[in-house]
Each structure stands twice: as C-alpha cells, then as structure tokens.
Design a binder for this molecule. Sequence first.
Ligand code: ATP
Length: 301
Amino acid sequence: MTVVEVARLHKAYGARVAVRDISFSVAEGEIFGLLGPNGAGKTTTVECVAGLRRPDGGAVRVLGHDPARDRAAVTASLGVQLQDSDLQPNLRVREALALFASFYPRPADPDELLDVLGLGAQAGVRFGKLSGGQRQRLSIALALIGQPKVAILDELTTGLDPAGRRDTWELISAVRDRGVTVLLVTHFMAEAERLCDRVAVIDAGRVVACDSPSALTTRLDAQQRIRFVPSAPLDDAQLAALPGVESVSRHGDELLVVGDADALSVLTTYLARAGVLAHRLRVEQPSLDDAYLALTSTHAS
Ligand code: ATP
C-alpha cells in the first residue's frame, strides 16, 4: 500500500525555484530516504508532504489525503521532526511531551516514550539545559508522541557524535519495526545505506535516481579503480589502450587504472606478459558515496 505519494511536485520561493519536478512514492512500512546536496529541495519537499507549505504544482497525498487541503486528517497520522526545532527554554521535557500529546486523539504514553528514547532521566530537565543529542532525541520523541502512521525526520542525526548517530539509527529501525513508515532526509550516505530501503537522490529540485542503496551502487559496479605500484616502468599509453581501460593516471609512484569489470583480468594478463609485478595492488569498488557524487553536481544551488 502506498502511504506517501508525491507527483510532479513544484515549489518556488518568489523567483527561486526550490523544487522543479519531484515524484516518488513510499510504501507502508518503508524507510525512504531523500538524499542530496545543500539546497537541493529536500526540506521543501517534506514540508509540502507535511502540509506546512502549499505546492505551486503537482500533487501530494498522505494516506490518500491532500495535506494542503485536509490538514486535520494528515496531521493526525503524521509525526514531523524538522531541522532546528526549537522549544521554549523553560519548558521541561515531560511538559513538552504532554503538551504535544494533547494535540492527538491517541497519543503514546510520554514516560514510556522517554524511556525508549533514553531520556527517562531528563524528564524534569528544562529544554534550555539539554545537550544537542538530548534535544535531538526529544525532537524525535515529539515526532512520535501522536503514534503516527508516518514519520518525517529531517536530518535527525546532524550534530550527533558517532555513538549518538548509531543509537538513533537503532531507534529508527525500532520505530519502523512498530509499523511506522519513515520519510527521512539525510546528508549521510552511511545513514542511507544503514537505514533506508530506498533512496531518492535529489539534485537542483529534481529526482536524479530512485532505488535501493545497493542498486544505486551496483549501477556503478561496472567501474573498477585499480591501484598498484609497478615493479618496472610501464608505458601509460599502452595501458590506456588495453580493452576495458578508461583512464590511467599516476599518483607518486602509484598507478591508478580505471576501467570496466574486465579491466583487472586484462591488466594482470598484460603485467604477467610484460614480467612486471603489481606491488600494493588494491581494487576499489564504488560506494554509495561514489554513486551519489556521480549523480549530483556538488556545486548545485
Ligand atoms: P539543506 O540540505 O541545506 O537543508 P534542502 O535540500 O533541504 O537543503 P531546501 O531547504 O528545500 O533544500 O531549499 C531549496 C532551495 O530553496 C534553496 O535554494 C533555498 O535557499 C531555498 N529556500 C528554502 N526555503 C526558503 C524560503 N523560506 N524562502 C526563500 N528561499 C528558500
């Protein structure tokens, strides 16, 4: 069942077009990531899904409802954690949760949620006194207090240390295991790889790829990067002319040969015939980072 449907979304701020043409759909129980460089249009997209902004064109549906028209129906089933969420500094953690709980017909038990999020000991602490990681956990708790069917989480681990980030990933997996569909905005490839079933890579207001993290990297699997230090001089032009080799470059005494999936066997056969050994031989497979960089123009604004 499709829970979130975004079709040909368009949104501009005055003359600045933030979202040009974004379409994707999120199935029930999925963790779906929006990945892309700064200013790509991710936050604008999730704000349209949350009903916080009205699209200029295209359609958004959350559980069949239009968030811009049917705010009440969408709000009841949606939990939102947006970037830089701020609360009154004097508000205590449990008070904040109780306040948010009062907005929903069937809220979760605030104390239980605090325990699950590792904030039990901070229940009486004022927001202004929380650490960055604790604020982040509280913002996740506030997104989940209404027992939403869909949770939107925007850069939820930005500013967390590696341990805090890993804890948060476990938490989000647990949230999904409880049946919540998650729409996640992230800058971190590792986060997308670890958490997301599928990822839409967004660049300059458009979806440039939409697939599982492993499928995105497999698209580049055809390419290999082979590094080695030859035991005797080699002619770069001859190497570059080998079938399947795309480029040859030198980095100090190391050679970098980039080529297709057959390049390694072609290269080793060539080296064996030439009587040259390949010292410190390494073959690098592409990562989601490489896929992402290949798909996006990093200077997009
Ligand atoms: P980031 O990763 O930096 O959070 P993003 O992918 O979430 O970026 P958006 O925040 O959606 O991108 O911004 C998309 C574009 O719209 C950017 O060029 C941004 O400067 C512009 N923009 C966003 N919000 C506003 C606003 N309220 N008024 C004017 N322009 C805006």
